[in-house]
Design a protein around this ligand. Structure first.
Ligand code: ZN
Ligand code: ZN
Length: 457
């Protein structure tokens, strides 16, 4: 038996070497990629901002389906669903006393509205959600709550999780305590006078109140105003008139590179097609759409892979993963064996993680070896997928995470500054090369890719 295995290994060695050389050729060719940049330019120019549930997002779906067909993908389709939709209105903030001046603000997703003429109330400041929670309700009732934080920049976006709490949890806590409104320091790392929007959801049964984000210079200005006011009340006039417009159509765009072996399973890749409305969503997330599509196109052009590669451009990620959930519900019984997602801008991929069960762990090792020349290191821990594909990982699918350098990601994230000029084409090409390398290896791997024990178990 051992002898037979050894013979099989020796026989397959030349074909393994040939396969590896083939992947290396694809990788090096992808370092000259132009398709990804062209797609980002076209989507951000011809569609522009594409907020979930709006006609602009519908135009993005049409744009994507047409482009995918023109590129030669098979089974291109739009899968519709309905979702509750929120749209922005007027947004203005000014300090009335003691130091009158305007502040730059934007509404957070699902923010409640002030009356058309706005509200005027005293501002009470906190440096964390915990500090707000600890304050007596009597000190909050009828006031405008302000929460600041100390988010720092980092390669892996670690701070976004912890320091995003004022946005995600602050509005619910402030509403429960009877606040008239809440304004937070934007969840970002830049010093431009651009506020960062982003979603928040009021907890079940909690009344929506106006919830906005000040640009970081304006938040620091408000901190100084509160400090210097001493015993005098700081009064703000706030006008925000967003609206909930009910259930609206949204959808996912799906395309395939069909594989030769129907029993080998499907590799699911992609990113979200929707964006926030303030910029044109170049980093977040025309980049992910373009990187994954460009890499899949390269595999398609190199000849049919063993496994089907399915590209899913998810709708409505920003406002609550509606596309991800609709997609999972519709396709959860299909033989999707592995997922990977791009949703962290377009800067260089610097590390990877994998999540495989035996015998597929060897695939992750081969991918890592082939990615090392691109400067990509293997990070400790298991891959978790991205926002739109995490649900598959939590349900036992294998995954590879190719993590982008996030040092400048939160300078632009969800701001008017998320525009095409921020894309560094050389770094974008490195992304396409890494994705092409990963897909070429995984889609053609002879090993079976089976289910992995649920994450965290
Ligand atoms: Zn995103
Ligand atoms: Zn986003």
């Amino acid at each position: 038996m051992k002898k037979l295995l050894l013979a099989a290994a020796l026989l397959s060695l030349p074909s393994t070497i040939a396969a590896q050389a083939n992947v290396e050729r694809l990788r090096d060719a992808a370092l000259k990629d132009d398709l990804a940049f062209d797609m980002i330019e076209d989507l951000t120019t011809e569609v522009g901002p594409r907020p979930a549930g709006t006609p602009a997002e519908a135009r993005a779906r049409q744009w994507a389906a047409e482009r995918l067909r023109a590129l030669g993908f098979q089974n291109v389709r739009i899968e519709d669903y309905q979702m509750p939709t929120w749209v922005r209105g007027v947004e203005k903030a000014e300090i009335i006393a003691p130091f009158p001046q305007p502040l730059v603000i934007t509404a957070l997703g699902n923010s409640g509205a002030t009356p058309a003429q706005g509200v005027t109330a005293e501002v009470v400041g906190f440096d964390s959600v915990a500090a707000l929670e600890a304050a007596p309700d009597a000190a909050i009732r009828g006031k405008i709550v302000f929460i600041t934080h100390r988010m720092m920049r980092g390669q892996d976006g670690l701070h976004y999780g912890q320091f995003g709490a004022p946005r995600r949890a602050g509005p619910t806590v402030a509403s429960r305590k009877g606040a008239a409104a809440i304004v937070i320091r934007s969840i970002g790392t830049d010093y431009h006078r651009n506020p960062h929007t982003g979603v928040q959801n009021f907890a079940e049964g909690v009344a929506p109140i106006p919830a906005g984000a000040l640009s970081i210079p304006d938040a620091e200005q408000l901190e100084r105003i509160l400090e210097r006011a001493g015993n005098r009340p700081v009064t703000m006039h706030l006008t925000m008139t967003p609206r909930q417009i009910g259930m609206q159509p949204s959808g996912n765009v799906v395309a395939e590179v069909p594989g030769t072996d129907p029993n080998a399973g499907i590799i699911l890749i992609g990113g979200h097609l929707d964006s926030w409305d303030l910029g044109t969503g170049a980093f977040d997330n025309a980049s992910g759409v373009a990187i994954t599509t460009a890499a899949a196109k390269r595999i398609m052009d190199a000849g049919r892979p063993r496994r089907t590669i399915r590209v899913v451009l998810f709708g409505a990620e920003e406002v609550g993963l509606f596309g991800s959930n609709a997609y999972y519900e519709r396709h959860k019984d299909e033989n999707i064996v592995m997922v990977a997602e791009s949703d962290f801008g377009a800067d260089r991929i610097w590390r990877m993680r994998t999540r495989f069960a035996e015998p597929a762990r060897a695939i992750g090792v081969r991918v890592a070896d082939l990615l090392a020349p691109l400067g990509i290191a293997v990070a400790p821990g298991d891959a978790g997928g991205g926002p739109d594909t995490g649900i598959w990982v939590r349900n036992g699918r294998a995954a590879i995470d190719l993590s982008q350098d996030g040092i400048r990601y939160f300078d632009y994230h969800h701001t008017p500054d998320d525009t095409l000029d921020k894309i560094d084409q050389e770094q974008l090409r490195q992304n396409v090369a890494a994705w092409t390398t990963m897909l070429a290896t995984v889609a053609n791997a002879p090993e079976e890719i089976g289910r992995v024990a649920a994450a965290g178990q």
